[in-house]
Design a protein around this ligand. Structure first.
Ligand code: SIN
Length: 291
């Protein structure tokens, strides 16, 4: 069990020094590279608490030069909770707790190529994910953008905040998994669940804008046209406000651990016809998102 972090630090005031390591920030409010932690070695409780604190503070943590086999990757994930099994795993052979993220010149799509939060169609979406990239495109490119969804909420005007508070939206797995990836749904279909449009982070108490272009189909109680207009306005806000983002430039053997409750990400497919390979472990959330 980890301690929570109450409240918030102002941008530029987030700690860079923890008891067992220092971090180098990517922006003043989201993204930090953790220095000198070997994730392949067993972590002390103090190190694990520091990683948890830094992860709540920075939302996206980048660990360079890691040499992990699958068991070590999963063991690191398990320090933070039980591992998630992706709804598309019925299609894949192999370890159900590892999601392969592989793009080549033959790929019809690359996973996560668009702003989204992972698997918000689930009743309890993953609380975090750890992507370990071992092959980067020889041409360069293949970065991942992450957006701070606390700040996305805070930058909205007061009337729009008041309008969104209290609304709920439906998140539907068929949108990406059938609509974009053309996969065959499992028996009973992909998950479809309703979550608040504005949630509160269980570890910090802060409010989060919680709709995403990947999964959110509509806002409950609005007409189809109203819901479309509101969602498009919010998606434009995320996609056209670089101040919300950090950019992770992968090198081989980089692991990035993001807080899936308060971020969105976008894997940039700008490296065709070259290849990129990684494996993702996600951690099951411990409760439904709440307002
Ligand atoms: C994802 O988890 O959506 C993929 C992210 C990436 O490949 O950078």
């Amino acid at each position: 069990m980890f301690n929570t972090r109450d409240g918030q630090f102002d941008a530029g005031q987030i700690p860079t020094r923890y008891r067992t390591f220092e971090v180098q920030s990517l922006t003043p409010h989201i993204g930090a590279e953790v220095q000198h932690v070997d994730l392949g070695a067993p972590l002390s409780n103090e190190q694990a608490q520091d990683i948890h604190d830094a992860w709540l503070d920075w939302k996206v943590l980048v660990f360079r030069d890691q040499h992990l086999d699958r068991d070590q990757h999963k063991a690191f994930g398990r320090r933070f909770g039980r591992l998630h099994v992706h709804p598309m795993q019925h299609q894949y052979k192999g370890d159900p707790e590892i999601l392969t993220v592989k793009t080549t010149a033959k790929s019809p799509y690359t996973a996560g190529d668009g702003w989204h939060t992972d698997v918000t169609c689930d009743p309890v979406p993953p609380l975090g994910s750890m992507l370990y990239v071992t092959e980067t495109p020889e041409s360069g490119g293949g970065d991942t953008l992450f957006a701070d969804m606390y700040l996305a909420y805070e930058l909205l005007s007061d009337p729009i905040k008041a309008f969104l508070d209290g609304l709920t939206a439906v998140h539907d797995g068929a949108i990406p998994y059938v609509g974009s990836y053309k996969s065959t749904p499992p028996e009973g279909g992909y998950p479809r669940n309703e979550h608040p449009v504005v949630t509160r982070h269980p570890g910090t108490g802060r409010k989060i804008l919680y709709v995403n272009q990947g999964f959110t189909s509509h806002i409950v109680g609005l007409s189809r046209a109203e819901s479309r207009a509101v969602l498009d306005m919010l998606y434009r806000h995320i996609a056209s406000t670089p101040r919300l983002w950090c950019r992770v430039a992968w090198e081989p053997n980089t692991l990035t651990f993001w807080d899936n409750r308060c971020t969105q990400h976008h894997a940039v497919w700008d490296y065709y016809p070259h290849s990129r390979y990684g494996e993702r472990v996600s951690i099951l959330g411990d409760r439904r998102p709440t307002a």
